[in-house]
Design a protein around this ligand. Structure first.
Ligand code: SF4
Length: 574
């Protein structure tokens, strides 16, 4: 089988004292579309003293080997996992099985064979690493750029020192979390009652972030035309978001919002034009970037296409709409998230229907042919009329897009993506339960039927069962590792059956003694306001009481102003 064509835009070390295998729980094509994975690979592969190779999900029955030299993952000093999505956790355990590495830390500790150190980092980890804690020796919590370089800065002095000494050295970096420092305790109510932090270990772990992103912003460093986004050259324009939508983890875990200097973004885009005519601008919400119109216009002047990630409708200006159209953007993503004004206030979307329709008109008038609209269902406080309002809003937008299209002799289309609400740590909705799967299925079936009657409207929806798994792995404590291991060794089409069996046979209060757990307890149960949450030990910089207050405001459908990082200290992140 021929090796896929790819080009590294940096020179990796050809030798080193410490060998690191950077693994992505997914295929190579998916991994290379992940800017975080690319950024971590470049940092490790150019850190003095480190030699780094990559590894991806092996084919069934195949061993986990490195991509570059086909070396067994178990032969590296460190096996580091880049974890962006919780639902990849079972795949991590399956990859360890395919490497012949005992998945559980304790099993490796008890064995006298020198296993690689198991490291993990990435967004999923710094929201809540606890479900994966029994498998990993160390987590690095937060943004990698500065933390990773610091953690490996003395790598050249690690020749001949054992894994334990290397682990100690890595643990000295701020943001390092050694799960063996704690032994959580569960109360009679089967809930987490204490972290069980050992004497001398830190009770809190700071989430690291990069204060000035101008020169640290990520961009494509491995050009791979066969990756998921094709040859699109990705440039990070901002990190975090000032709007504070109450369901959105990215809006809180990356606080405070940081917009990169437009000149730096444009310079990266220009560098990208040597490899592609299609520039993807990456960030949680692009229209709020202070220089976005200028940047898109400059890229258009260079004869290239620009594709910004999501745009908030009310901040799309006529200038931006025109620049996007000039830069060949034919499809734009707008996220109303909820159909009714009331529900948008509940989730703090700060977006009126007039603003959404004004944006649709502007984009259509400037030649944007299709709109991708994101909605969520199963949100806290959602009523049937809020769901009906989704159909009405889509109908109105479709009608306006088509009438604008007819004037320009073209037929527009609306792609509607409906996703079940997944309560995420470190958001105001972290205490809220997910809607039961059966109810969600019914809601989606009725919405699909109503929207399916509309011409020029396509609908796709995430699976409620996938949302259940994501919620379980997002809000779980260490005991969820048992479920991860069971799923890792079962066929995917058996997963739901296994989870239902566990829920049926799952723990009642009295089962806590033998530690059996009921997955529903982490998914469809509302967490108590004074409950110890598995992720409370992370210092995200955000005050827990602020999140609770935001939850109360959502229950009263009261909106909160967007962040003003120049003067505000409300949530504690600035
Ligand atoms: S302190 Fe204020 S401006 Fe800063 S992230 Fe928090 S809410 Fe936003």
């Amino acid at each position: 089988m021929s090796t896929p064509k790819e080009k590294l835009l940096f020179k990796p070390n050809s030798s080193g004292v410490v060998s690191v295998c950077l693994a992505y729980p997914g295929t190579r094509e998916v991994a290379l579309a992940n800017l975080g994975f690319q950024a971590v690979f470049r940092i490790l592969a150019t850190t003095p003293g480190v030699i780094c190779e990559r590894a991806y999900q092996p084919d069934p029955g195949q061993a986990l080997l490195s991509y570059e030299s086909k070396r067994a993952a178990g032969d590296f000093d460190i096996l580091a996992f880049s974890l962006s999505f919780e639902s990849d956790y079972p795949l991590v355990v399956a990859m360890l099985d395919s490497a012949g590495i005992p998945a559980r830390r304790q099993a490796r500790d008890q064995s006298d064979r020198g296993w690689p150190l198991l490291l993990a980092g990435g967004p999923a980890c710094f929201l809540n690493p606890e479900p994966m804690a029994p498998f990993m020796d160390l987590f690095l919590l937060g943004e990698a750029e500065e933390m990773l370089a610091e953690a490996f800065e003395s790598a050249n002095s690690w020749r001949g020192v054992g894994g334990a000494a290397v682990l100690d050295a890595l643990c000295r970096v701020e943001g390092a979390y050694r799960p063996s420092d704690c032994e959580p305790v569960y109360g009679d109510d089967n809930r987490l009652s204490d972290r069980g932090t050992r004497e001398g270990a830190a009770g809190k772990v700071l989430r690291r972030y990069v204060k000035n992103l101008d020169d640290a912003g990520a961009r494509t460093v491995v050009v791979a035309p066969d990756a998921v986004f094709g040859d699109k050259f990705l440039v990070e324009a901002s990190r975090g978001c000032e709007w504070g939508c109450r369901f959105c983890a990215a809006g809180f875990m990356y606080r405070p919002v940081r917009h990169r200097d437009s000149g730096k973004v444009l310079a990266d885009a220009k560098a990208g034009l040597e490899h592609s005519r299609d520039i993807g601008l990456v960030g949680a919400e692009m229209a709020s970037h202070p220089g976005i119109t200028r940047t898109c216009s400059d890229i258009a002047d260079l004869g290239a296409r620009v594709s910004p990630s999501s745009l908030k409708a009310d901040v799309i200006t006529p200038g931006l709409a025109a620049a996007l159209a000039r830069a060949g953007t034919r499809s734009v993503t707008v996220a109303p998230e909820a159909g009714s004004e009331r529900m948008r206030r509940v989730i703090n979307k700060n977006l009126s229907e007039d603003e959404i329709l004004r944006a649709a008109d502007m984009l259509a008038a400037d030649g944007v042919e299709s709109l991708k609209l994101y909605f969520m269902v199963g949100l806290p406080g959602e009523e049937e009329e809020d769901r009906q309002a989704i159909v009405e809003l889509v109908t109105t937008i479709r009608d306006r897009l088509l009438s604008a299209g007819r004037k320009h002799g073209r037929v527009g289309s609306v792609k509607v993506s409906i996703n079940p609400f997944v309560p995420k740590p470190w958001t105001p909705f972290q205490w809220d339960a997910m809607m039961p799967v059966a109810e969600l299925k019914d809601v989606l079936r009725r919405l699909r039927r109503s929207l399916g009657r509309l011409d020029n409207v396509q609908v796709d929806a995430d699976s409620p069962r996938e949302a259940y798994l994501q919620t379980l792995l997002s809000r779980g404590d260490r005991r969820v590792a048992d479920i991860i291991e069971t799923l890792a060794r079962a066929d995917k089409d058996q997963w739901w059956g296994i989870l239902r069996e566990m829920a049926r046979g799952g723990a009642s209060e009295s089962d806590s003694a033998n530690g059996t757990i009921n997955p529903d307890d982490y998914v469809t149960r509302e967490y108590g306001g004074d409950e110890l949450l598995p992720w409370d030990f992370i210092d995200q910089g955000i005050d827990r009481d602020y999140l609770w207050l935001e939850r109360r405001r959502s229950q009263a459908a009261i909106e909160t102003e967007p962040c003003d990082v120049t003067s505000c200290v409300t949530c504690g992140a600035c």
